[in-house]
Structures are given as structure tokens and as C-alpha cells.
Design a protein around this ligand. Structure first.
Ligand SMILES: Cc1cc2nc3c(=O)[nH]c(=O)nc-3n(C[C@H](O)[C@H](O)[C@H](O)COP(=O)(O)OP(=O)(O)OC[C@H]3O[C@@H](n4cnc5c(N)ncnc54)[C@H](O)[C@@H]3O)c2cc1C
Length: 461
């Protein structure tokens, strides 16, 4: 593939800039730098960075950060964020060489991992030492650092986001200093770094508070959405993990509960992806979109006849799903009590305005925490997501729904699409000032800020 003229000029510019900073190691980095366009999982975000780098060691990472003076540096995980957290024309730095478990403590049930470890590679090593994460997200493709940086979460009112499981971390700062942080070493900085969007430094190691390994029993069923909402207080109270997915333009939802069990394993969870089911919803949408009554009747019929076998297996195998149908997503966290009213209003708006989307909503609960930039800071929350198929325009759809989230005092998920800037975000976070002061102190020149983060934190160019 030939390089475009623009990319070539950028390439030469990057080499020049790096060489200009002096030193053999900088030149060696430049030689290793390869100009490769970057895009996220959904394809909705992309950029042509000056360099994509994967340091081989903490020393090399520290040197890279120290020697970069004239460019933005953005850490990247598995590129599974929908929002523009990563794109830059500077350097994108991956910790793909920092993977695996470093050590564990059988007394405290804590384990330390390299920060670039994909969540999918945490389950087996933890099981081998009798540990497990207390809760996990809908997928496990994220890296550990990427997941904690946006307070990625699963569901269950007694469970916080991944950030709350972090009891220690190592941060390499903008100036290349290596800091080991926990609740006794620079506790304010530690707490802020547990959810920090890659804006305080690059995290290389994460120590997690786990629990004893356990099995989960998953049940799924289809139910009338209004009936389910009526019964929801009981379902949330009686189950460890409850969530449901309203099927757009229908009267029904897919409900799911997961509970700890000592029962024997069943057949493994089907991990074939969701293409088949999403494909049926897409087809119904294509042919019946302009006939709302027939559309609803067909969906009610189709979905009610789906079968979902119960699954019992090791927790991490039950939590994770395969999402092979790409989409873009907006998610807001509203106060837990406001969840039912908010989701009802969203469903009513989609139905009444016949908004063009067919991927089900997602509705979950997350426990509040004390982390300044976590979406769950200071309040138990209900997480509600809307999705749009990757090759359909999401702007009109999301623009109709986002004001409903605002009405219910929602905070946007940092890794998902939203349109808020610092003026609005600062009103939503009680500890906003605390975080932004720490950020200014840690990165006074804005090395870690791309355009999106400048807007989020209200920093002028
Ligand atoms: C199909 C799908 C399903 C999802 N399901 C859920 C879900 O169930 N729950 C949920 O809450 N979210 C969910 N998400 C969102 C996703 O978990 C988050 O956006 C997460 O941050 C992505 O992790 P990543 O490793 O891909 O990081 P990236 O998207 O690459 O980066 C995310 C952030 O982390 C920072 N970062 C990455 N590595 C480092 C590092 N070493 N040091 C410092 N900062 C770093 C980046 O700079 C960026 O700010 C889902 C996303 C997709 C695409």
C-alpha cells in the first residue's frame, strides 16, 4: 500500500521532531515508530498519528515520555472506547508488551497485573491461584488500564466499577517519573488515577482486590417490558447481577440474572457472537420500519420464541460475551432511583418518533464510589445505553435521546459518545475541581491532552 503525500510529510515530520530532541534512544524510538492509521473498534473514531509506539520496558516508556516535548501523547488499550479519548496527530502509546500476572497474595486475595493485560487474560491466571474479580463488564476485550481509566463496569447494585477494585498502581508521569501509588503513598493522586482517562500519566501496573474464585448461574428470559419494570425492585434485590435489554419498537425485553452458586457446571456459554439475533432485528427494521404496528407484532412474536439455556460456569466465563456486530454507543449513568422513569421515557420517545435503530437498549445498576472522576462518584447509579449499528448515522438518534439523560441528572460514560464539555461536566461531578487541580499539577503543559480532552477539561489550546 502506498503512503499518501500527507502521511509521508507527517512521517518525515515525526522523524525530524524526534531526531531534534537528541539522543540515541530517541532516534531508536523513531526508527521503531511506524506510521499506521488508528481507528477504534466501531470505526467511528480514527486518526493518523505521527507514531504508534509500544515500549518494551518501563525504562523505555519513561524515556519516551521525558523526551517528548512538542507532541501530544495518548495511551491506548484495546481501542474499545467510542468517544475520542485516543485520537491524536502526536504519539499513540500501547502497553501491548506489558501483559500478564506479576504476582498474587493468597492472604489478602490481591493480585498485580501488567496494565496492558486484556481482561480476557485475567480470568484463567486468577482461577489458578483461587481468585476472581468480583464483577465484570459485558465484554472482556478491554485492557486492564483501559477499563479502569473509564470506570468500566458490569451490573449489580452491590458492585462498583473496575476502578473500585484497584488497590495500587504504578504511574509513569509526563516527565518520565515512576510513581508507586496506593492508599498510603500519595493517596489523593492514587484515588484520582483510578479513573483518569489517561490524563495523569501512563499506568504500567495495577494491583486488584479480588475475591475467592466462584461459579455463576446465568438465567435469561423474555418478558413484557412494562411487567418487567414493575417487578424490577424485587429482581434487583433478590439477584446478585440483574440487567435487561428492551427490544426497540416492541413491547418485550430480554432479562438476565446471574447468581453465585456451588452447583456443577453446565455446557459452556455459547460464545458464537450475537450476529444472528442482531441480523433478524435489522431485517425486521428494514422491511417493517414504516409499519410500526406490524413491526411490534413481529418482534413480540419472534423474540418470545427465542430460547436461552441456563449456564453455570466459572464467573469470568459467564460474565463475558462476544459482540461481533459493531455499533456506536451512548451511555449515561443516572441516579439509581431515576432509572425506571428514564428508560420508560427513552422507550416512549423511540416509539413515538419511530427513531431508526434496532439494537436493544442496555439497563444495569452500579454501586457508588469515592473516586473523583468515576461516573459513579458519590452515588449509586443506573447505567442506560443506546446503540446504533456501525454503518448507520447515530447523530439524529443520539441527539433525541441525550436531553432525556440530562433531564435525569445523568453523567456520560467516559468511553462512550456524548456532547458535553467542561462547563456542563463540572456541574455533574462534586469532586471535579479536585481532579482538575491534580491534572494541572501532573501535566502542566497538557502533554496528555488531545482535542477531546481539552474540551472535557476546559483547557485552551
Ligand atoms: C462492544 C463493547 C462493549 C463494552 N461493554 C462495556 C461494559 O459492559 N461496561 C462498560 O462500562 N464499558 C463497556 N464498554 C466500553 C469500554 O469498556 C471502555 O471504553 C474501555 O475504556 C475500553 O478499554 P480499552 O482497553 O479498549 O481502552 P481504550 O479505549 O483504548 O482507552 C480508554 C482510555 O484508557 C486510557 N488508557 C489506556 N491504556 C492506558 C494506560 N496504560 N495508562 C493510562 N491510561 C490508559 C486511554 O488513554 C483512554 O483514555 C464497551 C465497549 C465496547 C466496544
Amino acid at each position: 500500500m502506498s503512503l499518501s503525500r500527507r502521511a509521508l510529510i507527517k512521517h518525515l515530520g515525526a522523524l525530524g521532531a524526534l531526531a531534534g530532541t537528541g539522543g540515541w534512544s530517541t532516534l531508536a524510538q523513531a526508527a521503531r515508530a511506524r506510521i499506521i492509521p488508528w481507528r477504534n473498534w466501531s470505526g467511528g473514531q480514527s486518526c493518523i498519528p505521527a507514531a504508534r509506539l509500544a515500549p518494551a520496558s518501563e525504562d523505555e516508556l519513561a524515556e519516551l515520555l521525558k523526551s517528548t516535548r512538542d507532541m501530544t501523547v495518548r495511551p491506548v488499550g484495546s481501542s474499545h472506547s467510542f468517544s475520542a479519548l485516543v485520537p491524536t496527530d502526536g504519539k499513540i502509546v500501547s502497553l501491548s508488551n506489558f501483559t500478564g500476572m506479576i504476582g498474587h497474595d493468597p492472604q489478602t486475595l490481591q493480585a498485580e497485573f501488567w496494565a496492558g493485560t486484556p481482561m480476557s487474560q485475567t480470568g484463567e491466571p486468577l482461577l489458578k491461584v483461587g481468585q476472581a474479580l468480583p464483577n465484570m463488564a459485558d465484554i472482556d476485550y478491554q485492557t486492564l488500564a483501559g477499563a479502569i481509566s473509564t470506570s468500566t463496569h458490569g451490573t449489580g447494585p452491590k458492585f462498583g466499577s473496575y476502578s473500585t477494585n484497584v488497590v495500587g498502581l504504578r504511574l509513569v508521569t509526563a516527565e518520565g517519573k515512576v510513581l508507586d501509588l496506593d492508599k498510603t503513598h500519595q493517596p489523593e493522586l492514587f484515588n484520582a488515577a483510578r479513573a483518569s482517562l489517561g490524563s495523569l500519566g501512563i499506568i504500567t501496573r495495577v494491583k486488584l482486590q479480588n475475591r475467592k474464585a466462584f461459579r455463576l448461574h446465568q438465567k435469561q428470559w423474555v418478558q413484557n417490558t412494562e411487567e418487567l419494570l414493575e417487578d424490577m425492585p424485587r429482581l434487583v434485590k433478590e439477584n446478585d447481577h440483574f440487567e435487561f435489554n428492551p427490544i426497540l419498537h416492541s413491547d418485550v425485553s430480554l432479562a438476565q440474572v446471574q447468581n453465585e452458586t456451588t452447583d456443577s457446571r453446565t455446557l459452556a456459554k455459547e460464545m458464537g457472537g450475537d450476529g444472528d439475533k442482531v441480523g433478524k432485528l435489522a431485517m425486521a427494521n428494514t422491511y417493517l420500519r414504516n409499519h410500526p404496528d406490524a413491526h411490534a407484532a413481529l418482534l413480540n412474536f419472534l423474540v418470545k420464541h427465542l430460547e436461552f439455556p441456563d449456564v453455570i460456569d466459572d464467573s469470568f466465563r459467564v460474565f463475558a460475551n462476544v459482540r461481533d456486530q459493531r455499533f456506536n454507543e451512548m451511555e449515561y449513568e443516572v441516579p439509581a432511583d431515576a432509572g425506571p422513569a428514564c428508560v420508560r421515557e427513552i422507550l416512549k420517545t423511540i416509539r413515538e418518533q419511530n427513531l431508526n435503530s434496532f439494537i436493544p437498549l442496555e439497563y444495569r445498576y452500579v454501586k457508588g464510589d469515592d473516586i473523583p472522576l468515576s461516573m459513579f462518584s458519590g452515588r449509586d447509579s443506573c447505567a442506560i445505553s443506546v446503540h446504533q449499528y456501525y454503518d448507520m448515522d447515530y447523530h439524529n438518534f443520539f441527539a433525541q435521546i441525550e436531553p432525556i439523560f440530562w433531564k435525569y441528572d445523568g453523567r456520560p460514560h467516559w468511553g462512550k459518545l456524548h456532547t458535553l464539555n467542561a462547563a456542563q461536566l463540572s456541574q455533574l461531578y462534586p469532586r471535579w475541581k479536585e481532579f482538575t487541580e491534580i491534572r494541572r499539577e501532573m501535566d502542566p503543559t497538557g502533554k496528555f491532552l488531545n482535542g477531546h480532552l481539552r474540551s472535557v477539561f476546559g483547557v485552551q489550546c
